[in-house]
Design a protein around this ligand. Structure first.
Ligand code: AKB
Length: 315
């Protein structure tokens, strides 16, 4: 990986991945793209181009112009937003992915795209969900993610595209807020803890989902992309996770720093149904064995860092 084109670079993962890769590989070697411009270091800190991922020709031209050797395709609609606009989600999530894979095939590029715990469904084993298991998701986002996993495997097996990926859990970050996901509450809770010492959760008490702090997610992407291909049995859609947590677990971790913090609940039926269709906890053993995945942050370590960094950010 020497020169990388990133789609969705202003998104939750993209903004931190772009910064980290620019530090590691040199700012000029990381081409950030997104459908919009924003007041962000992603735009000012190195090459930036406007790209709608459904525009194959523009994606191909940019990859060629900058002579990249890798595409990291992050642009996608998250679970709750996709459920509100399923046809648009299909067009964007699948159209963008197939375009990016085609560019990778044509120009012989390495490839990364994230899948998600959303690729699992109600009939998937709920606890310690194995790497290879039943995947019958009941959301449009999940349908997109399973199709995407299969498409990446297909492009590797049929055309030899070195496509790699992980199944991310809910990602928590103080840099860029997520938009339209089911796990977004786990980010909002920290903002509200600092601003109002109180949070009303749209996810019900006792609802467990996997989560991970963004620095661990960024490390996982880099580690997987730099891993020796010969050691990868799975290549795509590796389960990765750092913790399985419910809203009250975040509340307890926050109360260690802000004792007066309170949580109550006003459950959103759509996002609750999505959450209940996902596993309580997934098993990341294959990622650990095949490329050394090992997260650093548990809920307490993450909470301490999140509150400190957010306090600095919010002033
Ligand atoms: C979402 O909630 O949609 C995402 C995800 C788990 O893929 N954060």
């Amino acid at each position: 990986m020497k020169k990388v084109l990133i789609t969705g670079a202003l998104g939750q993962i993209g903004s931190e991945l772009t910064t980290t890769l620019r530090e590691r590989y040199g700012a000029d070697n990381i081409i950030a793209t997104d459908i919009r411009r924003a007041d962000s270091e992603v735009v000012t800190g190195g090459p930036f181009e406007i790209l709608d991922v459904t525009d194959y020709n523009k994606m191909y031209e940019l990859a060629q112009k900058y002579e990249v050797d890798t595409i990291m395709h992050l642009a996608a609609l998250l679970s709750a937003k996709a459920e509100n606009n399923p046809k648009f989600a299909w067009d964007l999530n699948m159209g963008g992915l197939v375009n990016a894979l085609e560019v990778a095939r044509e120009l012989e590029l390495k490839f990364f795209t994230p899948s998600s715990i959303g690729a699992f469904g109600p009939t998937t084993p709920k606890f310690k969900t194995p790497q290879d298991t039943i995947q019958r998701p009941t959301t449009m986002y999940g349908v997109n993610k399973v199709s995407g996993e299969l498409l990446c495997d297909y492009y590797f097996n049929r055309f030899g595209v070195d496509a790699r990926g992980v199944r991310f859990p809910g990602l928590i970050s103080y840099v860029t807020e997520p938009g339209g996901g089911t796990t977004d509450y786990a980010v909002e809770i920290y903002y509200e803890a600092l601003k109002n010492k109180k949070y009303t959760s749209y996810i019900a008490e006792g609802t467990y989902m996997d989560m991970m702090y963004m620095p661990d997610a960024i490390n996982a992407i880099i580690q997987l992309m730099e891993a020796d291909a010969g050691k990868l049995e799975h290549r795509n859609a590796f389960n990765v996770t750092a913790m399985s947590a419910a809203p009250e677990d975040f509340a307890r971790a926050i109360q260690k720093h802000i004792p007066e913090f309170e949580i109550d609940y006003d459950v959103d039926p759509i996002r609750q149904t999505i959450a209940e269709s996902w596993p309580d906890s997934i098993d990341a053993e294959c990622a650990a064995n095949e490329w050394g995945f090992k997260p650093e942050f548990d809920i307490d370590k993450m909470t301490e860092d999140m509150l400190k960094k957010l306090k600095e950010k919010l002033g």
